[in-house]
Design a protein around this ligand. Structure first.
Ligand code: GCU
Length: 343
């Protein structure tokens, strides 16, 4: 983390400590509500959070003033989850991947090749019977999930070696998100996992510390990874949602009227982000292909799926409480089977 960020985080913590004692902070006396995320201001996540900011400021502007901090200004996602936990900030966006270190139940959505299609994934994430127990599972840790955001499909991309089968990953160092499930996934696929925060990936690729990474198409363009990596292989190993999490004490401190308005705001985040996401991915694919010279590949998915199968078994064995959720996901998979995207 650079010095500017460290300084900003430190200032926020001091400010939060001061304001939690006085109960207000903005010039007009409103309580400042801070939200951090790690995407750029061009990303659908930011667009959605700005819509949330406008909505809350319009409905409750006399009492609250929402501020959105993009681009890891408040630190990495793990830093931001910790700041949300303690109440130094009120909300942040965290990938489901890193949340499994705060509650094991989040492992389920990190499983590779879990969802048969994007439709199945969306239906599962929109089903509160599935998501609520998981979203509430971190209450003891001081935070709760309030909605999810689409982060598309994660695929492998490399500097100079096309990935056509798991055998091509052998000997390659691939950046993954900081989650035990991802590290195990890479081991099963035969590659070597390099877990690191999102903000470090570009430099690691450019300096050849790693041979590749895995992410959705936006990482190629919005984060510049496609300037370095020229092969993007649609093995579609994960559909890992992003999660908007809230400090629990903040939510509990809202009146019923305020909570209703905030909840409407959470629905707005989900709706605006998902609408913007579809177009953003199309634009990213177009830009990656035509301006960055990235080649899109469509390998046979079956050998990848086979290699990762033991992970489903081991996670369900270690956390049998996830079995019902896993079975409910299989029901959605049967209704919305695979439809491979192609050029
Ligand atoms: C995606 C996702 C982020 C995540 C990032 C990563 O961009 O939306 O939440 O941090 O991948 O790979 O770390």
């Amino acid at each position: 983390m650079n010095n500017f960020r460290k300084h900003l985080i430190f200032s926020i913590i001091i400010l939060a400590a001061t304001f939690s004692m006085t109960g207000c902070s903005a010039a007009g006396g409103q309580r400042i509500v801070r939200i951090g995320h790690n995407q750029s201001v061009n990303h659908p996540t930011h667009t959605a959070l700005v819509a949330f900011q406008n909505y809350i400021n319009e409905k409750l502007g006399d009492r609250y003033s929402v501020e959105v901090y993009p681009s890891e200004l408040l630190g990495s996602q793990t830093d931001m989850v910790q700041l949300t936990q303690t109440g130094a900030i009120d909300f942040c966006i965290a990938s489901n991947a890193i949340l499994e270190t705060f509650s094991q139940d989040y492992e389920i959505f990190n499983l590779p090749y879990l969802f048969a299609s994007s439709e199945a994934y969306h239906q599962v994430m929109d089903d509160p019977k599935i998501t609520e127990p998981i979203f509430d599972s971190t209450e003891k840790a001081g935070f709760r999930a309030v909605t999810w955001l689409d982060a598309g499909t994660r695929n492998f991309y490399t500097v100079n070696k096309p990935i056509e089968s798991p055998a091509d990953l052998k000997g390659l160092k691939i950046r993954v998100q900081q989650s035990p499930t991802n590290v195990e996934m890479m081991r099963l696929l035969g590659g070597s996992a390099a877990p690191m925060g999102f903000g470090e990936v570009y430099t690691a690729l450019q300096s050849h510390i790693i041979d590749g990474a895995e992410n959705n198409e936006m990482a190629l363009t919005d984060n510049g990874h496609g300037d370095v990596c020229k092969y993007y292989s649609y093995d579609m190993h994960q559909m890992v949602p992003d999660i908007l999490i809230a400090n629990d004490a903040f939510l509990n401190g809202l009146s019923q009227e305020e909570l209703d308005i905030f909840q409407e705001g959470f629905r707005l985040v989900n709706q605006v982000q998902r609408e913007a996401w579809v177009e953003a991915v199309e634009n990213a694919r177009d830009r990656a292909r035509n301006q960055q010279g990235v080649q899109f590949l469509y390998p046979d998915q079956e050998p990848f799926v086979e290699a990762c199968r033991p992970l489903h078994k081991s996670i369900l064995q270690n956390n049998p409480g996830l079995k019902d959720i896993y079975n409910a996901i299989q029901t959605y998979n049967a209704i919305y089977p695979a439809q491979r995207d192609s050029d």
